[in-house]
Design a protein around this ligand. Structure first.
Ligand code: GAL
Length: 653
């Protein structure tokens, strides 16, 4: 099932029909429209112009295409900003108003914007509720992207004070929960509490965490209200949203997806590889600059599958160079087809390419499309065609589920803790989680991302790379489960209020594994030390904890000075250091054997993913590589000698 993001408002009406015919010829099913079209839909207050959108929808519908409409709220028009200037958010680093002239220039705490957003959503929902070609809605666009969850406005401050009042009820409770006696920060009333921004030096961590929780709640409230409007007037349409990773939105994506039918992901492998690696890991970056990192997109697909109630979609798929990385390489020939296979192998139901035709003007004129500005077909067109045909030829089952025996626990709240209290520059929570994920994927293990409140019964192994805040309920559910749990450093070390746990880390997790962290040190990444495991030497670096009072555990790995670095009992393992991927792989091989989890011996840069009865092999290397499996398999596309940057598909028989 394929689709495309289309902007009829950017092109003369005379082109629309041919566009629709070509979309049909390409085998597309869905067309997403209107997420940035507010100024065209409502050029003046309450004067609506739907003629163009009606016509565009009808033109597409005549070719049998189905429409996903968007609420256009990511781009409030100029007249609306002039009418209600408090829509504009305030930059938390400078205290300056963030101006009009790009997108996402709105403050989630502006009541004026909330009301206006619900109004335009209602007007659109009512208008298209009965249109037979309109099948679903996308809310807004990449909500909270461009650092917009946080605003330093007066509206945000007042809303924050109300949020705190609702949470703590009286000011003494807040003073005591946070520990405001430190540095004379005690408050006499909620009205005295400012946002934790623009202070002389670091602000109170509990205050910062509360502000992040509040800001995420503001996004949720706005979004949930919009979903409710769409559901009220369009009860038969699906409602979805195009997500980007939580690390970029500072919002609880699990909660955000909760009210939706399914979640979508916007997949830009090269842009994201560039942002992630550019300044840190030059060697890996240049290797993958035209393919994306072998685990990077799949990690996001597995995230999105974890938050999505139904099968997820790719709402935007990179078709060529983008315009927003530090640098914007051209994907190698074949990558658009390759990434499309990767998405379906990880559970995608539908892939929409971004965008139909490259824009000739404005901010994204250097961003590729399926078609070029002169209306010729770009390479992405042919690769989408190839993917479409291969999908049909292989009979790949898009209704099948990915079934993982291993899960990684992810949580926005814990990400916030590590951002608020970094302790060492080289600690990067996103990277830590990614290293665990990549180690598992290099062994061909399929991985689910789950929240700490998930059911663990499906899993043999549950990994929490970094989980500072845990509660009693979590520990009880771990104890009741048959899974083995692996906890990385920092786990269980903090209370809900971001204070130290009273009984030393890993706090409540001591009920699962009896061990205490007596002290923590963080180190420069280039000051690695040895980590000894099974007579082999690996690396300990960045974050290192000293363990004491280890009872009833085996010492699995030791630091260079012989002290315990990794300890385990039957139910849980505690890893007290950050390490290298080689160590994590070696550890996972051992655990997979013990827990009877299937692994593959994969050469570097080869990956395999299983969905239902189909397996897909991805070769990220510049030479052909051989895939071998002890399972009975039958190739339906390519074979076990996977070409450079190639894909092979097999069936389990
Ligand atoms: C996405 C965004 C699109 C477009 C695209 C360019 O993040 O949703 O509107 O800007 O990036 O790559």
């Amino acid at each position: 099932m394929l689709g495309v993001c289309y902007y009829p408002e950017h092109w003369p009406e005379s082109m629309w029909q041919q566009d629709a015919q070509e979309m049909k010829a390409l085998g597309l099913t869905y067309v997403r429209l209107a997420e940035f079209a507010w100024s065209k839909i409502e050029p003046q207050p309450l004067q609506y112009n739907f003629t163009w959108l009606d016509k565009a929808i009808d033109t597409l519908a005549q070719e049998g295409l189905k429409i996903v409409l968007c609420t256009p709220t990511a781009t409030p028009p100029k007249w609306l900003i002039d009418k209600f200037p408090d829509i504009l958010p305030v930059d938390i680093h400078t205290g300056q108003v963030r101006g009009f002239g790009s997108r996402r220039h709105y403050d989630f705490s502006s009541e004026n914007y909330h009301r206006e957003s619900m109004r335009i959503s209602e007007v659109m929902a009512k208008r298209y509720a009965k249109h037979p070609a309109v099948v679903g809605w996308q809310t807004d666009n990449e909500i909270a992207c461009h650092d917009t969850a946080h605003s330093g406005s007066e509206n945000a401050k007042k809303a924050f004070q109300t949020w705190l009042k609702n949470k703590y009820a009286n000011i003494d409770a807040l003073n005591s929960a946070w520990g405001t006696i430190f540095w004379s920060m005690e408050y006499q009333s909620f009205e005295q509490i400012e946002l934790p921004i623009l202070a002389v030096t670091e602000t109170h961590p509990s205050h910062q965490l509360a502000y992040r929780r509040f800001s995420s709640d503001q996004v949720l409230k706005y979004h949930d209200d919009m979903v409710a409007v769409l559901r009220k007037f369009c009860p038969n349409h699906f409602v979805t949203h195009n997500f980007i990773p939580m690390v970029d939105t500072q919002t609880d994506n699990f909660a955000l997806a909760n009210k939706l039918d399914f979640a979508c992901y916007d997949n830009y492998p090269l842009g994201r590889t560039d942002l992630f690696f550019a300044n840190t890991d030059t060697e890996n970056f240049s290797r993958y600059m035209r393919t994306g990192h072998p685990d990077f997109s799949s990690c996001s697909f597995d995230h999105i599958r974890g938050i999505s109630k139904g099968d997820f979609w790719i709402m935007e798929q990179q078709p060529g160079p983008v315009n927003w990385g530090h640098h914007n390489p051209r994907p190698l020939p074949g990558m658009v087809r390759f990434w499309s296979w990767e998405a379906v192998a990880h559970g995608a139901a539908t892939i929409c390419y971004f965008r139909w035709r490259q824009a000739a003007f404005a901010q994204e004129q250097m961003h590729a499309g399926i078609k070029r500005v002169d209306n010729s077909k770009s390479i992405a067109w042919y690769e989408a065609e190839q993917f479409r045909d291969e999908l049909a030829k292989t009979g790949f089952d898009l209704s099948a589920k990915v079934k993982s025996q291993v899960a990684i626990i992810m949580s926005t709240e814990n990400q916030w803790v590590t951002e608020v209290e970094r302790q060492g520059d080289s600690f990067n929570q996103q990277r830590v989680e990614f290293e665990y994920y990549s180690a598992l994927r290099q062994l061909g293990i399929d991985v689910d991302f789950i929240s700490s409140s998930n059911d663990f019964s499906k899993y043999k192994l549950v990994v929490a790379p970094c989980l500072p805040i845990v509660d009693e309920d979590f520990v009880t559910r771990c104890k009741a489960s048959n899974a083995h749990f692996i906890f990385g450093p920092r786990s269980g070390s903090k209370t809900h209020e971001l204070t130290l746990v009273p009984n030393l880390a890993p706090g409540l997790l001591q009920a699962l594994i009896k061990v205490k962290v007596s002290s923590v040190e963080t180190l420069r990444e280039d000051c690695s030390e040895a980590l000894m495991f099974n007579s082999q030497t690996y690396v300990s670096n960045r974050w290192r904890e000293e363990l004491i009072e280890c009872e009833g555990v085996d010492i699995v790995a030791r630091y260079h000075d012989e002290q315990a670095a990794v300890v385990a009992n039957k139910q849980a393992t505690y890893i007290a250091s950050l390490t290298d991927i080689a160590f994590l792989k070696a550890l996972f091989v051992q655990y997979a054997e013990q827990l009877a989890i299937n692994t593959y011996e994969l050469p570097a840069d080869l990956r395999v993913s299983i969905r239902g009865n189909f397996g897909v092999i991805f070769n990220y290397a510049d030479k052909a590589q051989v895939f071998s499996s002890t399972n009975h398999i039958e190739f339906v596309l390519g074979d076990g000698n996977v070409p450079a940057y190639g894909v092979s598909v097999f069936k389990l028989v």
